[in-house]
Design a binder for this molecule. Sequence first.
Ligand code: CTP
Ligand code: MG
Length: 181
Amino acid sequence: MSLFETIVVALWAMLPAYVPNNAAVLAGGGRPIDGGRTWGDRRLLGDGKTWRGTAVGVAAGAALAVALSALAPAASAAVGVDFPTFPAAVAVALPAGAMAGDIAASFLKRRTGRERGAAFPGLDQLDFVVFSLLFAFVAAPAWFGAVFTLPVLAVVVVATPLLHVGTNAVAYALGLKNEPW
Ligand code: CTP
Ligand code: MG
């Protein structure tokens, strides 16, 4: 695989995991997942993790995976790259993993004394990558091995933090997000 092909396949395969966080920002609000519960003197997760944001995030990522699967043959022919399709289990696992990683990060942030919205460099950019890849691997190991080869994984680990920082800065500039991270 050429470097170009590796990069576009990595971005294509991760799109269903990239979109949930942004969809959650747009859809967030309503009842927090932790229901206001605390552990010690801190919230379990905080008001930034809501049922609605999570559900819309997973639905948006899964819908995108279905759409990309439908577009794969045409996109592959047009770009000259072999874009993968997403089996149903993966279409759900990638966005569900992304949301789970984000929630796990909030749990860690609260345990380390960080208030809602506080930055946790490194964790903020990679939490959802690790979990979405893990969920996809568990959902479909053979598919995972075929799509997420070592070069593709390397691109994901390098490109994701850059994309995350970039999209959040744009969301902040547009007034959609309270912090630029
Ligand atoms: N959001 C949501 N549900 C999620 C994730 C995000 O409703 N599972 C929404 C919330 O409105 C949240 C916003 O998206 O405030 C931004 O997400 P994020 O930066 O992950 O949350 P923070 O508010 O910064 O909280 P935390 O410190 O816990 O990350
Ligand atoms: Mg935040």
